[in-house]
Ligand binder design. Structure first.
Ligand code: FES
Length: 107
């Protein structure tokens, strides 16, 4: 089931926009959105693939509970897109399978 019928931005006029990139495609969205809302508004339906089975996944709760919205943002994997505000020039990629996380304290 697609998400087009379930999500749309309000028609309130926005004064400021930012451009983010998803898989090389520029998406211009109102400033202040979270990444999940921005991608949905940009027609993105596949945010990640499940670790078991590889099925396509997309945001569900939009409030940080379900973790279905994980993406890679500016090279950092496993970011919850529904909790991350958009920023000009942000680069977003789908989260494919399990993320290789670093636990070295940033060193
Ligand atoms: S959509 Fe559920 S945690 Fe982001």
């Amino acid at each position: 089931m697609g998400t087009d019928a379930l999500f749309r931005l309000s028609s309130a006029p926005e004064t400021e926009t930012v451009t983010i990139t998803f898989e090389g495609r520029a998406i211009r969205v109102p400033a202040g959105l979270n990444v999940a809302a921005a991608l949905l508004a940009g027609g993105v339906h596949n945010f990640r693939s499940s670790v078991v089975g590889g099925s396509p996944r997309a945001p569900y709760c939009m409030m940080g509970v379900c973790f279905e919205c994980l993406v890679e943002i500016d090279g950092v994997p496993a970011r919850q897109s529904c909790l991350t505000p958009v920023r000009e020039g942000m680069t977003v990629s789908p989260q494919i399978g399990a993320a290789a996380l670093s636990f070295d304290g940033g060193e």
